[in-house]
Write a protein that binds this ligand. Structure first.
Ligand SMILES: [Zn+2]
Length: 578
């Protein structure tokens, strides 16, 4: 009896402590081959919010799934306002999770990190505010199964890559088709983070590392950030991860096998890191390797984020200053690269820990197939091509003028924090205007679009009338790179490339040949220069000389009857402001 009494006292004392500890254990910690669902994730952060002072959890915007996007802010003394955070001289680390819900290591690692920071085992909150998107692709997260990542080693169940509209959100940052991206853009622009991390799981070759990492393309950054990233931040992250027991490699973007060398990743603005770079953030994509056990993948991502917090705390001034100087440099610059090619002449040697790539007969086809022999590890220097060269460039105008018909484009720019004015009066402007020349288009839809690429333009000086209420976007502002890369149609992720201006590519009026024949004859009679041009073309081009319809069309297109707006890009470049 006495024994039972003591036992009950023991349970009464121990149980509340035990349940408190258990309450703060994550789904992953309770079963290391499992990842939290969307609802479990949000509920966990809400529990942290009830337990600790320095965390705020807010349902802040909509997503295509109909469920809200949540923002988690972890900030000392409950300073949750971006303006006050900036005044308190703290850096902002922005962490995005489950953009690809089948790659959920970041979801589970961020939950543990948030708890540990709040429990003060990572004493960095004096200097760093952490903003977490706990679960970005909610629609994909709710579409849960165990098979869509065919080659992946756990967790047991996970979400799907496409969102509720089957969009890959890691292609949606600049075009913003999804409600998720629209909400994200507004949260991101509000915080203007110093460092951005988007957590993923890799595919591809096998090697010894659990974690690989994509840094944003340094050559696309202005010198102060490029130099700091290349010379200090990146080397320090690689060294720091060795110390933490999670030595990592640059993302293994290999032609065939890593033995042939690995290439850097050109992070266009459609991708998270490329998008963050437009806002002058140091951005990183940790990619945990798909074949490594789930618990190791989560722990390595945790270690990377933990290390980043320390880096930010230890190098607060340099990170802030290099960003400020880069923004100033961009604002003063006249020439901007729009396209980039991998520099195949320029590489570094990276001491790579791989597994031998070998070949054997396939059970399926009998043909030779590749495999990586885990019993044959090696360390050898491989070529790492990390540099890119600008392949086309454009001179910065003083401003762009956008007709009010393109409000959708203006809304996207405004969501990104771009300052835009409306014209007070109708007025003529001397401007440069592009005529869209040759371009290619994807033959099947890519992320919901017939994306244009290899776009050529012809630039003309002209005088155009703009009207009261039309938009003027000055290039003298912090968002200069975003403005140039979205409004210059030749840029690979321009709004033109993403079909926002497709209607200008279609001719609206035509002619009836049998009627136009007589008119064409009159036109030629009155215009000997055009007649000479026609005769010259006939003399040089036999097919043309034998094609009556083509000749008629030639006259039409060189007459005042042909509409001047075909292929005319409606956003114009104002080279001088009054
Ligand atoms: Zn991914």
């Amino acid at each position: 009896m006495k024994g039972l009494f003591l036992h009950l006292i023991f349970i009464a004392i121990i149980l509340p402590m035990h349940s408190q500890t258990n309450k703060l254990k994550t789904v992953f910690e309770l079963n290391q081959n499992s990842t939290a669902t969307y609802f479990e994730t949000i509920s966990y952060y809400e529990t942290l919010e009830k337990t600790f002072e320095d965390i705020q959890v807010t349902a802040i915007g909509m997503t295509d799934s109909g469920h809200p996007l949540h923002e988690v802010i972890i900030s000392k003394d409950g300073v949750f306002d971006p303006q006050k955070v900036s005044e308190a001289n703290r850096l902002v680390l922005f962490i995005n999770n489950a953009i690809h819900p089948g790659e959920p290591c970041g979801v589970d690692a961020s939950m543990m990190l948030a708890r540990d920071v709040l429990q003060n085992s990572i004493p960095a909150l004096e200097d760093v505010v952490i903003v977490i998107i706990p679960f970005y692709n909610i629609g994909g997260g709710l579409n849960r199964g165990s098979f869509s990542r065919a080659n992946q080693n756990g967790p047991f169940a996970y979400g799907f890559r496409g969102n509720a509209k089957n969009l890959d959100l890691n292609r949606d940052f600049i075009k913003c088709d999804s409600e998720n991206a629209k909400s994200f853009t507004q949260i991101y622009s509000k915080w203007k983070p110093d460092v951005f991390i988007d957590n993923h799981t890799s595919n591809g070759a096998d090697y010894q590392y659990v974690l690989t990492m994509i840094s944003t393309q340094a050559d696309k950054l202005e010198a102060p950030m490029k130099n700091y990233l290349n010379e200090k931040l990146e080397p320090s992250l690689y060294k720091g991860m060795i110390k933490k027991g999670w030595e990592m490699t640059p993302y293994v973007y290999a032609r065939k096998t890593p033995d042939d060398g690995i290439a850097g990743f050109l992070d266009l603005p459609r991708y998270s890191s490329g998008y963050a770079a437009l806002h002058f953030a140091y951005s990183f994509i940790p990619e945990a390797h798909m074949l490594k056990p789930y618990n190791e993948r989560v722990q390595s991502i945790y270690a990377f984020m933990d290390l980043m917090i320390t880096e930010m705390k230890d190098n607060k001034l340099e990170i802030r200053e290099t960003r400020r100087k880069a923004i100033e440099a961009a604002k003063k610059k006249d020439l901007f690269h729009l396209n980039w090619d991998l520099d195949k002449e320029n590489f570094e040697l990276f001491s790579f820990k791989g597994f031998e790539a070998k070949y054997k007969a396939s059970h399926i086809s009998g043909k030779e197939r590749l495999y990586y022999d885990r019993s044959a590890p090696y360390t050898k220097d491989i070529k790492y091509f990390k540099y890119f060269k600008g392949s086309s460039s454009v001179a910065k105008p003083a401003a762009y003028l956008i007709p009010k018909a393109y409000k959708q484009v203006v809304t996207l720019l405004e969501m990104n924090g771009v300052q835009i004015e409306q014209l007070d009066d109708d007025k003529f402007y001397d401007v440069e205007q592009y005529s869209i020349g040759k371009f290619e288009t994807t033959p099947v839809p890519y992320e919901g679009h017939y994306l244009h690429f290899d776009i050529e333009v012809e630039k003309n000086s002209t005088r155009v009338k703009f009207y009261k209420g039309d938009y003027l976007v000055s290039t003298n502002q912090d968002a200069i790179r975003l403005i140039i890369e979205t409004l210059e149609p030749q840029a690979p992720d321009s709004y033109f490339a993403w079909n926002y201006f497709d209607a200008v590519l279609q001719q609206k009026e035509y002619y009836s040949s049998y009627v136009f024949e007589d008119l064409a004859a009159e036109i030629l009679e009155k215009n000997p220069a055009l007649k000479a041009k026609l005769d010259n073309k006939k003399a040089k081009d036999e097919t043309f000389a034998n094609d009556g319809k083509a000749q008629l069309d030639f006259i039409y297109k060189n007459s005042p009857h042909y509409e001047p707006t075909v292929n005319l890009y409606p956003v114009v470049r104002l080279m001088k402001l009054d």
